[in-house]
Design a protein around this ligand. Structure first.
Ligand code: PLP
Length: 382
């Protein structure tokens, strides 16, 4: 099927649209960025405005390596990092370097809906593998691998979009082994790895980069600000060489030199580490509020797991409820969500929906869930 669903931009301010997976305005840190930018510009030299090294500025990578080593509680070296313009761009770049039209990409079912469009841009054949309690079902994957030879496998190992589940440590290890045994590349989208509320998830797939064909994609979008368009790929030497051989960076150098130099300052001053700590506290409270509101309004008609990290609640209704059809009437009730069907590469999961708690404060979450309940209550009459 063709995936024509588009980016869900902020529209009517009177609508509480839980379909938007972006941070609320109060969580976008203008003061932090001013401090970092001032700090950088005070000591900037003209060369800082030149092209950057293909792999990214070495001092930025070293500051990032320090931050990641502390967050991942595992040593990450600056040499293993490659600067990107965020995970969307990184995914597109990975497809350019490692796939050809007609190749197969394995994805989770369900998965991040906008990634499907990137794979389609590259003419890839999308093959879904279901999730189980431990993230992508390794058993189902092994079964698919008996009849399919993928070039790429796309996974969101921690606090998956949309389900919020995390892959177990054993499954992460097995996936690394399978990538070597079957010679495919794993693009691990680790955007939510640091957003845990309670206890951290299993170690990032990037910490297994020496044990498999792993590219760990990280981004500042969810831990600082999406508008920075800054991220990284962490990988081991053979795959790093393939990235560095690409024409686009040999022409243009680092994908985001200037912003990375500003972010170096934010990392070195400890601003990023403190900010992510604050986000974990804020989002943890929002999860509690959304869970309580859902219990009050949907307790007897939907099933969900309270997320331990990331951005999303994933609700499952009885078969027969069509959330895609309901979405069409959501504006009338000044509410919104992502229909489950959008997250399915085969157009299934119509009885599910995704809610993000990132874009609204606690009062709006309470009010938005009450409106959602009204939409469902009137669904028989719509
Ligand atoms: C799983 C996943 N990957 C990637 C992105 C986008 O990442 P970036 O802003 O770094 O391009 C998102 C944003 O919603 C996401 O949920």
């Amino acid at each position: 099927m063709s995936h024509k669903v588009t980016f869900d931009v902020v529209g009517d301010p009177d609508i509480i649209n839980f379909g938007i997976g972006q941070p609320s305005a109060d969580l976008l840190p203008v003061d932090l960025m001013r401090t970092a930018a001032d700090g950088f510009l005070e000591k900037a030299s003209p060369q800082d405005l030149n092209y950057g090294e293909r792999q990214g500025d070495p001092l930025f990578r070293s500051a990032l390596a320090g931050f990641l080593s502390s967050e991942y509680r595992a040593p990450i070296s600056a040499d293993a990092l490659f600067v990107t313009a965020g995970n969307s761009q990184a995914l597109d770049f990975v497809c350019s370097v490692f796939t050809r039209p007609g190749d197969t990409v394995i994805v989770e079912e369900p998965s991040y809906f906008l990634a499907f469009r990137i794979f389609e841009d590259h003419g890839l054949n999308i093959v879904p593998v279901p999730l189980d309690e431990n993230g992508m079902s390794i058993e189902a994957l092994e079964n698919v691998l008996t009849r399919t030879k993928p070039a790429l496998l796309y996974t969101i190992p921690s606090f998956q979009n949309p389900c919020g589940r995390s892959m177990s440590t054993e499954c992460r290890q097995r996936l690394a082994e399978l990538s070597r045994a079957h010679d495919f590349i794993v693009a691990a989208d680790e955007v939510y790895q640091m957003l845990w509320y309670g206890s951290p998830p299993p170690p990032a797939l990037g910490t297994l980069a020496d044990q498999g064909n792993i590219l760990s994609l990280g981004s500042f979008s969810k831990i600082l600000a999406p508008g920075l368009r800054l991220g990284w790929i962490q990988t081991a030497p053979p795959l790093m060489e393939r990235l560095l051989g690409s024409g686009v960076i040999n022409s243009g150098g680092s994908f985001n030199q200037f912003t990375s130099l500003v972010m170096r300052e934010a990392l070195e001053q400890g601003l990023q580490a403190a900010f992510v700590e604050q986000l974990r506290e804020t989002y943890a409270r929002r999860v509690e509020v959304m869970d309580e509101s859902l219990q009050a309004h949907f307790g007897d008609r939907a099933r969900w797991h309270k997320p331990r990290g990331g951005y999303f609640f994933w609700l499952e209704f009885d078969e027969g409820i069509d959330t895609t059809a309901l979405r069409a009437s959501a504006d009338r009730f000044q509410t919104g969500f992502q229909p489950g069907q959008n997250s399915s590469s085969r157009g299934a999961l119509k009885n599910c929906l995704r809610l993000s708690f990132a874009n609204y404060g606690e009062d709006d979450i309470r009010e938005g869930v009450a409106r959602l309940a009204r939409l469902f209550e009137h669904s028989g009459t719509l």
